[in-house]
Write a protein that binds this ligand. Structure first.
Ligand SMILES: Cc1cc2nc3c(=O)[nH]c(=O)nc-3n(C[C@H](O)[C@H](O)[C@H](O)COP(=O)(O)OP(=O)(O)OC[C@H]3O[C@@H](n4cnc5c(N)ncnc54)[C@H](O)[C@@H]3O)c2cc1C
Ligand code: SF4
Length: 317
């Protein structure tokens, strides 16, 4: 699912203060990002072009468009590929939420709805709705993973080397103790090496970024007792909850799916509703989605009539 932050996400402190007053922020560690949605828009656009993101703009230069997410920040142009098609379950969710007065939209997806050549010249194939990619790679070049849409181009450049099966242990500092001069790494054979660099980026994902920065002595470690320091502060991840619906006498065909195949409403997300009488800020998107179409992922669902004991055995193995 290929989301952009909303304008509110970038300025949560300012906008909360302006709409509800400073009292609403009591006890919360709220801070603006320091960049705004409008400043980030061209970079989101560039990312989506490279990824081939499928979707339908709900806010095109300020014009709200039914069928897209009318709560999103303004886009300068539409998605590079059209939205994915509805499964039966998605149509049901879309119709139901529409009838309730909400604003359903197809979730922008890194599963490509049609064949596409990105601005780097990489060809990608149309998604076949096989549903394999929720937790796995796509053999069809239809998922916007870096190895599908960026790395093939980078690897052709003479000044680019990709070291696989190699782990960075920590960054190495200059004698001044303030800047770094490279990283120390170890290969799968246990051989250690040093990679000199003018610039070192920590992109090992936030948990490992924190670990690497602490091991490298970079930045000030967060101390929760006195609230000082930034490294490790406010760590969090996705908090999701879900329900599974069962419908008598209806075929949902869950073998059709995609990692990001979903319909969502954002009517209860961010600051899209009035929080004046509520003791929280923020919210969540609520979606009906069709992922995990592969059999071994369907262990939360009722067994199909022909699944049988053999399947159960495999699920438990
Ligand atoms: C199953 C699943 C589904 C998700 N679905 C979505 C979704 O639909 N939409 C969405 O927005 N987000 C989704 N997320 C979250 C999203 O994938 C992550 O937030 C995002 O990939 C983080 O990107 P990153 O570049 O920071 O880190 P990563 O993508 O995790 O990349 C970090 C890389 O650094 C490498 N690395 C780590 N430590 C070292 C080291 N010491 N030395 C060398 N290399 C190292 C890792 O091998 C990895 O390749 C999903 C996550 C999961 C697990
Ligand atoms: S559902 Fe996922 S794995 Fe299957 S073709 Fe589409 S992108 Fe690839």
């Amino acid at each position: 699912m290929s989301w952009r932050f909303t304008p509110w996400d970038f300025e949560v402190a300012t906008q909360t203060r302006e709409r509800y007053g400073a009292k609403k922020m009591a006890g919360l560690q709220l801070q603006d990002w320091g960049v705004t949605y409008d400043e980030m828009e061209p970079f989101y656009d560039r990312f989506e072009r490279i990824a081939g993101t499928s979707g339908y703009a709900g806010n095109l230069n300020g014009e709200k468009r039914t069928g897209g997410n009318v709560f999103e920040g303004a886009r300068k142009r539409d998605y590079p590929t059209p939205p994915l098609k509805d499964t039966h379950w998605m149509s049901k969710y879309r119709k139901t939420t529409e009838n309730m007065g909400y604003h359903p939209f197809t979730v922008p997806a890194g599963n490509l709805s049609q064949a596409y050549v990105n601005p780097l010249g990489v060809s990608m194939g149309p998604c076949t709705y096989c549903g394999f990619c929720d937790f796995h790679g796509c053999g069809n070049f239809s998922k916007s993973s870096p190895q599908a849409c960026i790395l093939p181009v980078l690897m052709r450049r003479p000044n680019f080397t990709l070291l696989t099966e190699t782990e960075v242990l920590h960054a190495v500092k200059h004698e001044d103790g303030k800047t770094v001069k490279g990283v120390k790494f170890v290969t799968q054979d246990g051989v250690e090496g040093f990679q000199p660099a003018d610039v070192v980026c920590f992109t090992a994902y936030q948990m490992d970024n924190v670990r690497l920065m602490l091991l490298s002595g970079v930045g000030e470690k967060y101390d929760p007792l006195i609230g000082r320091g930034t490294i490790g502060r406010n760590y969090n991840y996705q908090t999701c909850s879900s329900v599974t619906g069962f419908f008598d006498n209806e075929y949902m065909n869950p073998f059709i799916g995609g990692g990001a195949l979903a319909v969502q409403i954002d009517d209860f997300n961010g600051d899209n509703f009035d929080h004046s009488d509520l003791d929280f800020i923020g919210g969540a998107g609520i979606m009906g989605f069709s992922p995990m179409a592969v059999r071994f992922n369907m262990n939360g669902l009722r067994p199909a009539p022909n699944a049988g004991e053999a399947m159960e055995g495999r699920l438990c193995a």
